[in-house]
Design a protein around this ligand. Sequence first.
Ligand SMILES: Cc1ncc(COP(=O)(O)O)c(C=O)c1O
Length: 351
Amino acid sequence: MTAFVPAELSPVRAAIDRLPRVRLAHLPTPLEPCPRLSRALGDVEIWIKRDDATGLAFGGNKARQLEFTLGEALARGADCIIQGAASQSNHCRQTAAACARLGLECILVLRRDAKSSPVQGNLLLDHILGARVVWTEAALGPDLEAEKHAVGERLRAEGRRPYVIGEPGAKMLGAVAYLAALLELHEQMTEQGLTPHAVYVCSAGPTLAGLALGARLLGDPYRVVAIAPIRWPDDARAQIAGAVAAAAAELGVAADLLPEDLHCHEEYVGPAYGVLTPEARAAIELTARTEGILLDPVYTGKAMAGMIDHVRRGVVPPGATLVFIHTGGTPALFAYADELVCPAASRRQPA
Ligand SMILES: Cc1ncc(COP(=O)(O)O)c(C=O)c1O
């Protein structure tokens, strides 16, 4: 399936193919029309790219990224992998699954938060997949990153060969993975005769970086619109533009993408990261009840709520085709049962 991406991009593909990589994801993921969801929203044609079907213990965007990060880890001779984030992290769950598959020990540094008890959703899967959990009170971001590296140093002192999935390398490789995903999607859209107005995705990080870089290399034939799941304390656009530049440099391509070129909407986060909003709950129900597709409460539910709001407010032109990239996260549904079934519970304290 290489026929539809312009020949000028062959060197980009070749550069991607030269990076260490371990095949983990089920690719290409399907691109599906959503006629009933489209009708429910009015004059719009919605398609969903099913990156929730990448495999690795219930799928998601991180399977693509892990092909490169764990490829690098194996190339460096690692015998254990350290990752960490919020207690319901999808990245951690998919890392645990990938490590199980590759016979690597997985250590997860997880933040104790509102969703760490009872053991449910992604955290339940981390345990079943055999990951070792190290609890921390550190805030998401630089503090938690430092904890991951501290765990790595302790393991190194014990004679182990740890690989920390951390910054800035993980962001760069995540961007490379989603540049490859954009090329895959572009081929599918060309095959289907789709010329979308925009591609929507949930991201405030490397997923957006890779998609925006891919679109730029193709001459920006459509907008890549990200709905952020989190408000990072530092300038998210600058960070993402940094990941674009790092990925472009790694692949030896020229792409000058400025922070202000990125479409990244923070207004659908709601009170905080991980707190279900009424709009996300409504978007989850609408997508489930029109298409039988499950979104999640932390990421894709909010992204779909953002896209729906753009349709309803006329931010996208009438008759537009929109592609929504479903980045996964569905195991978290089970950790949000109370809020999903009883909306009053979503007014609880943030995670
Ligand atoms: C399901 C899901 N969607 C989207 C994202 C956002 O990805 P990014 O790291 O690009 O912000 C994540 C990140 O953890 C995720 O788990």
